[in-house]
Design a protein around this ligand. Sequence first.
Ligand SMILES: *Cc1c(COP(=O)(O)O)cnc(C)c1O
Length: 393
Amino acid sequence: MSKQSESNFSIGTRITQIGRNPAQQKGFVNSPVYRGSTVIFPTVSDIENNRAEFNYGTMGTPTIANLENAWSELAGAAGTVLSPSGLGAIALALLTTLKAGDHLLMPDSVYKPTRLFCAGLLAKMGIETEYYDPLIGAGIEALFRPNTTTLFLESPGSQSFEIQDVPAMTAQAKARGIATIIDNTWATPVFFRAHEHGCDLSVEAGTKYLGGHSDLLMGVVSANEAWWPALRKTYDLMAMLPGAEDCFLALRGMRTMYLRLKEAEKRGLEMAQWLQSRPEVLKVLHPAFPDCPGHELWKRDFTGSSGLFSIVLKPEYSKASVNHMLDNMAIFAMGYSWGGFESLIIPFNCAEYRTVTTWQPGGRALRLQIGLEDMDDLKADLAAGLERLKMFV
Ligand SMILES: *Cc1c(COP(=O)(O)O)cnc(C)c1O
């Protein structure tokens, strides 16, 4: 809805309007699903001059364009491309800025599959990845080499939740002509304005809060003016796009994303507060709480928090105790991913894969995603679980 898109309505309103146009949809509120490979050209002249809004399925469809355009508006980006998964979007962003012989800087707190992509594919292309302390801030400059072309950020860090000094780091990179990519999945553009904080490319695993229902995989990369042409070119060369139904589901998820995020924020804060008061919990790693590394930066740069955070249990609880807690949860389920309607809990240990920082939180760690179930039921489930910890001490 281009008329409204140019408006100054708040994000909660715009998110209900972007990426659809009832006047072009025979009046229906939502856009139809376009599926297709071939696009018909009426004349030879049309085909020779490539006169078509869409000329082949790999170049996009109205369904894909609706999602891309809506995301660009949401993220304040010059342009957006999609990918069939969040990891695919990370790959697309990295392949846009990197070439053989380059040096890449990655935070030691990065999402583990990103690490595996660097080791398994970028290394094969002659790209060297160096890991850095996510809390290094402006000190990142000391790690820049003549062939450093990309600085990757992820804030907060996967599982361990370190908040990075994004404005300071992107300023250092910009001064040296180094491209910056951020994985902004946790905050989404609703809670962190990546491009306004200096990031050239911003990645979102749409699988999480955009889809919102644990029923689709989706990746999104948005770019500022400087990097948009290169991003679009990389995407067009590979033609790795999500299917039409998944784009439709992502657009449907977008309509409630703001509302769900605000609710996730409220619930996450309430549960983190409750857990902090429990005697079994050593600390809460939630960006809105002072125990979280970089908490002051979160207060300065973010406008909110989502429903995913971690806790560290007191050191007396053994692996057997934690297993007994987790194997018998009634509502919290164990599984990867997050951002859906259901509550999840997983044990983790970043120390197993970090290479330049030591992760010693002081006890066993759990990551929680707070879903949409009744809060009292969720607290009762966790309270019973924390009681079970004591059975093996
Ligand atoms: C889940 C996740 C991804 C990957 O998304 P998929 O769609 O599962 O590939 C990337 N980054 C972060 C921070 C994630 O949590």
